[in-house]
Design a protein around this ligand. Structure first.
Ligand code: KG4
Ligand code: ZN
Length: 341
């Protein structure tokens, strides 16, 4: 079965073709980063309009890349939520209109299920059950995954998501949008021994996390080290980035270890944009060697939002595909409310 996947929940239009026999055949992505950079963050209305412009050309490019035509499609999967309402509506409308014209079924996919299952697109892939550390711009959750659609949230952030903390901290350090990846690059050149920031909720005894206080700690530190004009020299800024990253990586690593222990699992799967973070990967790899568990990541290009994970999650749920027609989006949608595949 050949499934077209369309992702449009935020600021990336992603389209992909997944074949249940042949695997991922093609994926195309357009990021709106440059467009939103001017405003210092995602402007929802601009995001929706750009998804409209990109969805069909990206679909055509995908089909060409795979040597397929629209007539070859068996189903269309689209991100139904969570995400920006207008942006989601574009993907949902395009998917339903195309499917209606082709007389094939459609399927609304949960964006986080897409992230969660994306490590199954890499080799070697993890077997079920596994513990998932989902670290994106909007969510930070530890989940016991026993099968597709069988998700139990063990712990989560009580305030900012890890990616959100990266982005907000980057902004207050004067870094251009989107700050997370850039902060992480600067951190690589920072001195880990110069500053120490708090590790929020590290010893809370549960698997919940909190990152908004870390951002405030960075603000306080920045004021302390700035000169009379409020200026911070380049190396000091890198050292602050490093201290921030050290704190967040330690919290994510230790909470993941505690969760593995709690549910007696030996496989950890990392998904979501922050899963691209090199220091986090190094810390988890090191912990996996010492504690003898396995750790899996999606291919680097599929860590952040993309169509491949939506096509793949759709392919896993083909049983739920329906005739196109009336459709709804779910800007807020609880992952643990999903039915089994
Ligand atoms: O999963 P994703 O593409 O979108 C959501 O579903 O939210 O994640 C985007 C988030 C952003 O907050 C971004 O700053 C963060 O992932 N991110 C990173 C890195 N690459 C992306 N954070 C830290 N280090 C990175 N290398
Ligand atoms: Zn995402």
């Amino acid at each position: 079965m050949l499934v077209l996947g369309i992702e449009s929940s935020c600021d990336e239009t992603g389209v992909a073709l997944y074949d249940t026999d042949g695997g991922l055949l093609a994926h195309q992505l357009h990021t709106q980063m440059a467009m939103h950079a001017e405003y210092g963050g995602v402007v929802p209305e601009l995001a929706s309009r750009d998804h409209i412009r990109r969805a069909i050309p990206l679909t055509e490019a995908c089909l060409a890349e795979a040597g397929k035509t629209l007539a070859d499609l068996d189903a269309i999967a689209y991100t139904q939520g969570p995400g920006l309402g207008g942006a989601l509506l574009v993907g949902a409308s395009v998917a339903n209109a195309l499917a209606f014209g082709l007389n094939i079924p459609v399927l609304g996919v949960h964006h986080l299920e897409g992230h969660l299952l994306s490590p199954l697109l890499a080799e070697p892939k993890p077997a079920f059950p596994f513990l998932a550390l989902l670290v994106s711009g909007g969510h930070t959750q530890l989940m016991a995954v026993r099968g597709v659609g069988d998700y139990q949230i063990l712990g989560e952030t009580l305030d900012d998501a890890a990616g959100e903390a990266f982005d907000k901290t980057a902004k207050l350090l004067g870094l251009p949008y989107p700050g997370g990846p850039l902060l992480s690059r600067l951190a690589e050149e920072g001195d880990p021994a110069r500053f120490t920031l708090p590790r929020p909720m590290l010893n809370s005894g549960d698997l919940d996390m909190s990152f908004s206080g870390l951002k405030t700690a960075v603000l306080t530190l920045s004021k302390q080290v700035a000169d009379a004009d409020g200026h911070i020299d380049e190396q000091t800024r890198k050292d602050i980035c490093r201290a921030f990253q050290e704190a967040i990586v330690e919290v994510l690593t230790k909470k993941s270890l505690a969760a593995l222990k709690q549910c007696g699992m030996k496989r950890l799967v990392v998904a979501g944009g922050v899963g691209a973070n090199k220091q986090l990967r190094a810390a988890l790899d090191e912990a996996a060697r010492r504690r003898r568990f396995e750790v899996f990541y999606p291919p680097l290009a599929l860590c952040t939002d993309n169509g491949a994970m939506i096509a793949f999650a759709g392919a896993m749920r083909l049983r739920h595909a329906q005739a196109p027609g009336s459709y709804s989006i779910k800007p807020r949608w609880d992952l643990s409310a999903l039915p089994p595949a």
